[in-house]
Design a protein around this ligand. Structure first.
Ligand code: HPA
Ligand code: ZN
Length: 333
């Protein structure tokens, strides 16, 4: 079996995907028209042409503007259902989806509109294709602690439908310590925690995420490699890093995929996984991230298998489900 066929054949979990980042230009255009929302593009080609980024912030500006077309429960359903259809195509059998309520509540969209549409799509994908999903609510770190506390309060009635909380948006200047108290309250309420750290921010932010936010995973974390002691700690803890190769390339965290440190970290024993982050903006879903990375870094079939097993090991599935998927991977030859 070729490496690309192996990638397609292996079941995977996706652990780092922002639902707002799965809004394809075609759907953005369609929803903008039906909702009568003005967007600064005349057609789908113009939307695609705007997707040239030089860092995280230049992406976020365009990404938040695109999300403004989402108003109704049906919009969030359509968005999530379209993503889950891509999961089916890529053999992603389990996904843990980030959503950013503040991006929507700030525009007057109710929290329950957002989560209601998402949950309905997740339920449909479970019934129709057997894909399991969990939701992780992210706080926008460029906003205040107070706004994060308010968002946490809004989430409490939906606690049973939200497995954990995360932290995303503009990293530099907004360290994890800014949200120490919010995360403490979230953990008290029973939420698991994750955080974006070490994407553009320094290794110190990864340390803060571990020490102050008590995260179960680090999202991105690629700059951890600059701190040898931190690397040892990540290996000792078997702390998962949810790495997003095409995102790192498009946001210029790395100059070229061939320079990506994922393989080095894997060899060093870090529990790294491969994810798409914002696939509609960065040029590909999970399998495309795998194939591009495999070609650029000359990954072996064994490494591909390990990465797929890692995706389950690092997930919030039960030990039984993790075992079941990992033995399924072993049976595919
Ligand atoms: N980093 C921070 N915030 C984000 C990202 C990211 O890669 N994608 C969507 N929001
Ligand atoms: Zn992300």
């Amino acid at each position: 079996m070729s490496l690309h066929s192996l990638i397609a054949a292996l079941p995977k979990a996706e652990l780092h995907v922002h639902i707002e980042g799965t809004l394809e230009p075609e759907l953005m255009f369609e929803i903008a028209q039906r909702n009568g929302v003005e967007i600064p593009y005349r057609n789908v080609e113009e939307i695609r042409a705007a997707y040239e980024f030089h860092n995280l912030q230049s992406f976020l500006d365009i990404y938040y503007a695109g999300a403004a077309v989402l108003l109704h429960e049906q919009d969030f359903f359509d968005l999530t259902y379209a993503y889950l259809l891509r999961c089916k195509a890529d053999n992603v059998v389990h996904t843990e989806i980030f959503f950013d309520p503040q991006t929507h509540t700030a525009r007057g969209v109710a929290f329950e509109t957002v989560i209601g549409g998402m949950l309905r799509a997740c339920e449909a994908a479970r019934k129709e294709w057997g894909i399991s999903s969990l939701l992780i609510m992210c706080f926008l770190r460029h906003l205040s602690e107070e706004s994060a506390f308010e968002t946490l309060e809004q989430a409490l009635p939906f606690k049973e439908n939200i497995i954990g909380v995360g932290l995303d948006s503009s990293e530099v200047g907004h360290p994890p310590s800014k949200f120490e108290r919010v995360f403490a309250r979230a953990r008290e309420a029973g939420f698991l925690t994750v955080a974006h750290a070490g994407e553009e921010g320094p290794p110190q932010y990864v340390r803060e995420a571990l020490d102050l936010l008590e995260v179960a995973r680090i999202d991105h974390g690629v700059r951890s490699e600059e701190d040898e002691e931190l690397m040892e700690r990540l290996v000792d803890l078997q702390m998962p890093l949810t790495v997003c190769p095409l995102s790192n390339l498009k946001l210029k965290v790395v100059g070229q995929l061939a320079q990506h440190n994922l393989r080095r970290m894997l060899k060093r024993g870090v529990l790294v996984t491969v994810n798409s982050d914002d696939p509609a903006y960065f040029g590909g879903y999970v399998n495309h991230n795998f194939t591009e990375l495999a070609d650029a870094l000359d990954l072996t079939a064994g490494e591909i298998r390990t990465l797929c097993k890692n995706s389950f090991a690092a997930s919030f599935l039960s030990d039984e489900e993790k075992e079941r998927w990992c033995s399924r991977i072993d049976k595919i030859v």
